[in-house]
Design a protein around this ligand. Structure first.
Ligand code: NAD
Ligand code: WQD
Length: 335
């Protein structure tokens, strides 16, 4: 199938590109490089042995998107392009509504104009908000507690209306939990610009010596060891979930919201302990107060993905840490 990946040079888009290319799909990648580097394209070409089509451009450029959809006879779009910092979404909300919501509307308008009706949207477990019960299933009420989460929920709602009005569209909103890890080659992985906000890239930079220690944001939660617990999912499992979703939208019309998680929560200390084994070095840590806006624990009920997509995650926490460390060590010339 001919597939456009918006945000295709980003963390999740690049890993998904590898899996889809290996399955024989024809890919076109679009990215404005606001949070990625051109070098990722070279790495993708090395891994896949292909010369992937790439456009430097923005999803808000409707004319460009229409042109790409027509020129490459695109049959499905995977919409990864978006901004994802919870903290920045609070300090600069209009940037997030413009990029994530207006950007998505512009993309869907371009698709509608040229009759492309299959779409996978990168949503987030953040749409659920404070758990009323756990694990979160897809019918758990949605009430995001930050601007970033609201942009994701708003796009889901737009897509629900679009699907209601156009029953021949096929849409999957994939609600990712906490993606971590890297491709087994170590060539591509998560490359945040500046100081990382998220746990795994921060731990990687402590291990490689770029940062002195990890701040543990709270050890007094009502969790098994007092630290926050999350459903970390290996990015290659997530990538395979997208391939399964492409097959699903090819067969079914309508819209589905689907969790992509493992269903297994791990604490901050679980992750550090596993990472120390991967890197054979100690991770200095300092316990700090709780980070504002953090939830103590959340994780997925992963049954819907298994039933509808025939997909479930298979890679464990140790492999997530091993692959993250391999990527970081190669990046820093440590191996
Ligand atoms: P990422 O920042 O690594 O990748 C996003 C890519 O989109 C980047 O390469 C960026 O340059 C590009 N981009 C952003 N705005 C664009 C625009 N207007 N036009 C064209 N390109 C644009 O992030 P990621 O971790 O790969 O996340 C991909 C998607 O998944 C995002 O929509 C994110 O909100 C969502 N998501 C991520 C996580 C996570 O923890 N990584 C969890 C849930 C959902
Ligand atoms: C995980 C745990 C922290 C950093 C975020 C977004 C969410 C989704 C995934 C996009 C928590 C603790 C972290 C550190 C720490 N993204 N921690 N020290 O907050 O669960 O989810 O990314 O959709 O929307 O909110 O992920 O990796 O930041 O935190 O102790 O330096 O690690 O308190 O318990 P989070 P995270």
């Amino acid at each position: 199938m001919n597939i456009l990946l918006t945000g295709g040079l980003g963390f999740i888009g690049s890993h998904t590109a590898v899996v889809l290319a290996e399955q024989g799909h024809e890919l076109v990648l679009l990215d404005n490089l606001c949070n990625s580097e051109m070098t990722v394209l070279d790495k993708l070409n090395t891994i896949t042995g292909k010369n992937l089509a790439f456009y430097k451009g923005d999803v808000r450029d409707t004319a460009l998107i229409k042109e790409i959809l027509k020129t490459h006879q695109i049959e499905a779009v995977i919409h990864f392009a978006g901004l994802k910092s919870v903290a920045e979404s609070g300090s600069d909300p209009m940037k997030y509504y413009d990029n994530n919501v207006a950007g998505s509307i512009a993309l869907f308008e371009a698709m509608k104009a040229v009759d492309v009706k299959k779409l996978i949207f990168s949503s987030s477990a953040t749409v659920y908000g404070v758990p009323q019960y756990l694990p979160y299933d897809e019918v758990h009420p949605t009430c995001p507690i930050n601007t970033y989460g609201r942009t994701k929920l708003q796009v889901e709602e737009i897509l629900q209306d679009l699907a209601n009005a156009n029953p021949d569209w096929s849409i999957a909103c994939l609600r990712y939990f906490n993606p971590v890890g890297a491709h087994e080659s170590g060539l591509i992985g998560e490359m945040p610009k500046g100081v990382p906000n998220n746990l795994m890239p921060y731990v990687c930079q402590v291990a490689s010596g770029s940062l002195s220690h990890l701040n543990v944001f709270g050890d007094d939660y009502d969790t098994k060891d007092g630290t926050g617990e999350r459903d970390y999912i290996h990015v290659m499992d997530l990538a395979e979930g997208h391939a399964a979703a492409i097959a699903f939208v090819s067969r079914n019309a309508g819209i589905e919201m689907i969790n992509l998680g493992t269903g297994m929560p791990y604490s901050v200390y679980d992750l550090i302990n596993a990472f120390e084994k991967s890197a054979s070095r100690a991770i200095e840590r300092v316990v700090q107060g709780r980070r504002s806006g953090d939830l103590p624990i959340y994780y997925a009920k992963a049954d819907k993905a298994r039933v509808l997509l025939g997909w479930q995650a298979s890679r464990g926490l140790q492999l997530m840490c091993d692959s993250s460390w391999k990527f970081q060590a190669l990046l820093k010339g440590l191996c």
